[in-house]
Design a protein around this ligand. Structure first.
Ligand SMILES: Nc1ncnc2c1ncn2[C@@H]1O[C@H](COP(=O)(O)OP(=O)(O)OP(=O)(O)O)[C@@H](O)[C@H]1O
Length: 448
């Protein structure tokens, strides 16, 4: 009888031939065969998202591969690591045939950054799901997750993934029409089209695409006309089963003044967050970057740099470039002590990012006669809630820390709490003169 391992190896070999390395690694390498009993083959996959993808795309292929090879009808089931073994099965239906509808007009040139590909994207815990979802829509646009919505802090790879989807889709189908814009460019294009009376061209441009990527849609808040137009663009593309990918620093329902009908549409597909990378991933990102730029950096130095910056990959890469520049300037090889010097002297003030949240908490606590522990705690009484929100507001305004990082520094609160606090204080500042004065004093104190 065919043993499980041989069977799995057979499947792996087949997919290794057919799939790109990255696809293979994402969907097959992360899966594990559990049983092959009678004519039922059960596979365990890493997450719900992997399961969706298997059901949609891989199961049909495995089923026909096994059925053809073994000469009998085989049923393939997947379960996630968290689910019970389905061998007392309720069989799930899955759609079988997948067809891409991407043919059509010639490709329009689109400004995708060549460096932002799946190949150059390092997958770690914080971005694993986002990466898998991105790959899924690149391979089966318009079918599984529409729209796909990325959210998360600054500099964590949302734009990179969006471009990667575009590149991958073009690689799969060079005729695909891919359009990447920031929400601001969308708004500008729209306004210009009204001014120049070229609205029809604007519509053609945005509605005749196979993939529309709109970055940073939090900047849609307040732009009523643009939201209206985007609503129609969205509907036209969606009805046509064209893929839409959006990104924002927060969830749709947390974007102030975003029309409810857009919020609800944005939730139709899949929203995935990207959280800051762990140390291991940061080191891997730096190593790849150093290799790409032909910079020779010892391992311990990479770890040192990765240890200095923990919440923003753009800054992490910036730190590496600063170290390289410093080494060139002083004509020394890159070592850990040189990196330490470079990051201190070229960074101006001593590394104060983490410190400054602590400093803000300290000053705010003193100013309002509460304790730092109260700021980090959960008490909901007014004389603590206000200083807590002020401290969060200042942390967001005065440091580069990401929302999750600020939440973490305030006793492990969710990043949405930070957004809420920031909005509350920003709103109150419009009318509350005492608050304005207090904040001015606090800021002056913090900067002295
Ligand atoms: N996982 C990763 N692997 C390799 N490079 C990455 C990764 N994540 C981010 N980067 C790099 O970090 C930099 C910042 O990423 P990106 O611009 O995509 O962030 P973002 O989330 O869109 O930020 P913003 O909110 O400012 O738009 C880019 O140079 C990108 O290539």
């Amino acid at each position: 009888m065919l043993d499980l391992e041989t069977l799995w190896q057979f499947i792996r070999d087949k997919f290794e031939q057919d799939f790109s390395p990255i696809t293979f690694k994402t969907w097959i390498d992360t899966a594990k065969p559990l049983h092959f009993t009678g004519n039922i083959f059960v596979v365990e996959v890493a997450s719900d998202l992997h399961k969706d993808y298997w059901e949609q795309s891989i199961i049909p292929q495995v089923t026909s591969l096994l059925s053809d090879t073994l000469g009998k009808k085989i049923k393939v089931l997947v379960k996630t690591v968290d689910e019970e073994d389905p061998l007392a099965p309720q069989e799930k239906p899955h759609s079988t045939e997948v067809s891409l509808d991407l043919m059509g007009n010639p490709k329009k040139s689109t400004p995708l950054n060549d460096k932002y590909t799946f190949k150059s994207f390092i997958v770690g815990k914080g971005n694993q799901l986002a990466h898998a979802a991105a790959l899924a829509v690149a391979e089966e646009p318009g079918l599984m997750y529409n729209p796909l919505f990325f959210y998360g802090g600054v500099g964590l790879g949302k734009t990179h993934l969006m471009h990667a989807i575009g590149h991958q889709m073009l690689e799969n189908n060079p005729n695909a029409r891919v359009k990447y814009v920031t929400s601001e460019s969308f708004a500008n294009d729209f306004i210009n089209s009204i001014k120049s009376k070229h609205q029809e061209e604007f519509r053609q441009e945005y509605r005749n695409v196979d993939l529309l990527l709109v970055d940073d849609i939090q900047f849609f808040s307040d732009k009523v006309g643009t939201q209206e137009e985007f609503f129609h663009t969205f509907n036209a593309l969606y009805d046509d089963k064209k893929q839409i990918v959006l990104s924002s620093d927060r969830l749709p329902n947390e974007i102030p003044k975003l029309q409810q009908r857009l919020v609800s549409r944005f939730k139709w597909g899949l929203s995935v967050d990207i959280t800051p990378p762990d140390l291991e991933t940061r080191i891997a990102i730096l190593r790849t970057k150093a290799e790409a730029e032909h910079i020779i950096v010892p391992d311990d130095t990479l770890s040192y740099i990765a240890g200095q910056i923990d919440s923003n990959i753009r800054e992490l890469e910036g730190a590496l470039m600063r170290v390289q520049a410093y080494a060139k300037l002083t004509q020394q090889p890159i070592t850990t002590s040189l990196a330490a010097e470079a990051l201190q002297s070229l960074n101006g003030a001593p590394q104060a990012k983490e410190l400054s949240i602590a400093m803000i908490q300290d000053k705010v606590a003193k100013f309002y006669h509460v304790s730092v522990a109260d700021l980090k705690g959960k008490k909901r009484v007014k004389n603590i809630v206000l200083p807590r929100q002020i401290a969060m507001y200042l942390s967001r305004e005065l440091t580069d820390a990401s929302l999750p990082k600020i939440g973490h520094e305030f006793g492990g609160k969710d990043h949405t709490t930070v957004i809420h606090a920031h909005e509350k204080i920003a709103d109150a500042l419009q009318s509350d003169e005492t608050l304005k004065k207090d904040l001015a004093t606090l800021k002056a104190d913090l900067h002295s």
